[in-house]
Design a protein around this ligand. Structure first.
Ligand SMILES: [Zn+2]
Length: 482
């Protein structure tokens, strides 16, 4: 996500329902292919060790290792009602009597099946609790039907550009989502914590004249007198906060990036002028490839929605249509996250800095100095001038107040840290390791201990004290111009 520029200047569950699996229950939904086969190994790249988040422990469930979500979503725009069928292929990460997922109380669950059998469940507050015993490492297919009037959830931040996250309905009726650090559970049943990546297949039934957009590749699109059906496939595992969806009147424009990378732009049909502004994507990818290696996914999309924030949703970047969020440096920032944030993802929200520090260093630091009038030293010098105050106000980057998610401390301070490490290792070694870190940890979630150990081992220097001082220390280390 991109920090709003003005933030710099400021510096300064109720019971919902339950059900039982009665003997006259309807059959479980039919899903084609491996996504409903608990014996498949097709999604083993999504195997992970889910954890309880240290910053937001009430969201996410360490007992579930989601491998693949199949979401079939029907949007009734007039009633603002979502009706859905979900199939979740998962590994039980622990032996338990219940399977728990996050799902907003605004969504009423109809039926739940585990491995084809109707099972009882409860849905108190935001947790869906399925009464079905599972054993560690056993694999299952959980299916459910649900419907309701989705609402966004309150975001744990006082940032000016987002106060809620998840399913959002704009004034013109367009549906969009940005859902960091959580909020995916406002529209599907999910393990909504970033240690648990999964594959996705999403089908969206949109009203007539509208179209549904999700991450990854558009596999099919059909229109009829009743509406438009699109099917999307995300071919690499993603954390739930990197999932996007939009439903509205959008026009698709295709483009080609470096070495034939397919790029698609989804811009509001009534705002054709916006297309020109987002068409910087190919140059952004080229620039970033020069620093941190080949673009990591088989396609890139840029989706423009009625919002004032921007989000690095995986291989389908979501940009608000504000003046600021359509600037080139924001576009570069969100695309930079495709490497730092999406390819390798923090497994705990205390490590948000892993995303924002490097994206800021790449985009607002290096790209800006290479394309503007200020040198890297001038840019970083300005950041260094207020880093102290940010640490004092919001805490160290990796030990922040949970109510101040995504403030400047998670962006500028770790960017200064990376520059300090670059100066110590030299340009060649630094960028080589910054690239190799991604390649050797592709599509996984990592923490700062593994990162610090890896950089130390690879560089032959003990960098742990550097990471510790910048990320969790009480005092701002001194940044020196390089
Ligand atoms: Zn960001």
């Amino acid at each position: 996500m991109r920090l709003l520029a003005t933030a710099l200047a400021l510096l300064a569950l109720a019971a919902a329902g339950c059900g039982t699996g009665s003997s006259d229950a309807p059959r479980a939904p039919q899903v084609a292919g491996a996504a409903a086969d608990p014996g498949t190994t097709a999604y083993d790249a999504a195997l992970s060790e889910p954890r309880q988040d240290s910053v937001y422990p009430l969201v996410g469930h360490a007992g579930v290792d989601a491998l693949h979500y199949t979401l079939d979503l029907t949007w009734n725009a007039r009633a603002q009602q979502l009706t859905a069928t979900e199939t979740l292929l998962f590994r039980a990460a622990t032996t338990a009597d219940q399977v728990r997922l996050d799902l907003a109380r605004q969504l009423t669950v109809g039926r739940v099946w585990l491995d084809g059998r109707s099972v009882p469940f409860e849905h108190p507050g935001k947790d869906l609790v399925v009464e079905a015993p599972v054993r560690t490492d056993s694999r299952h297919v959980l299916q459910l039907t649900y419907s309701g009037l989705p609402e966004p959830v309150v975001a744990p931040t006082d940032r000016a550009d987002f106060s809620t996250s998840g399913w959002t309905i704009a004034r013109d009726g367009t549906v969009w989502t940005m859902q960091e650090p959580y909020g995916a559970y406002s529209w599907y049943a999910v393990n909504d914590q970033p240690s648990d990546k999964a594959f996705y297949d999403v089908t969206i039934h949109a009203p007539k004249g509208e179209v549904g957009i999700a991450n990854g590749r558009l596999r099919s699109r059909t229109s009829s007198s009743t509406g438009t059906v699109t099917s999307w496939q995300l071919p690499e595992p993603a954390a739930s906060y990197l999932v996007t969806i939009a439903i509205g009147r959008f026009t698709r424009t295709v483009d080609t990036g470096p070495h034939g990378l397919p790029i698609s732009y989804w811009t509001p049909t009534d705002k054709p002028a916006l297309l020109r502004r987002v068409r910087y994507a190919p140059q952004a990818v080229s620039y970033l490839e020069g620093l941190v290696g080949r673009y990591p996914f088989p396609s890139l999309g840029v989706l423009v929605v009625p919002a004032i924030s921007a989000m690095e949703t995986q291989s389908m970047v979501t940009l608000g249509d504000s003046q600021y969020t359509l600037t080139r440096d924001v576009i570069v920032h969100e695309i930079a996250h495709q490497w730092y944030g999406d390819t390798v993802t923090p497994d705990d929200w205390s490590d948000l800095w892993m995303n924002e520090g490097m994206a800021t260093y790449l985009a607002e630091g290096n790209w800006t100095s290479d394309h503007g009038r200020k040198s890297l030293n001038q840019i970083l010098g300005r950041w260094a001038s207020f880093a102290d105050a940010m640490r004092a106000q919001y805490g160290p980057p990796a030990d922040y107040d949970p109510d101040t998610f995504g403030e400047g401390n998670a962006y500028y301070i770790p960017a200064l840290m990376w520059d300090t490490i670059r100066q110590r290792l030299g340009d060649d070694a630094f960028w080589r390791l910054a690239t190799r870190w991604l390649q050797t940890h592709r599509f996984t979630s990592q923490d700062r201990d593994s990162l610090a150990a890896w950089w130390s081992q690879q560089s032959g220097q003990d960098l742990t004290p550097v990471f510790t001082a910048w990320l969790t220390g009480p005092h701002e280390p001194t940044w020196h111009p390089g």
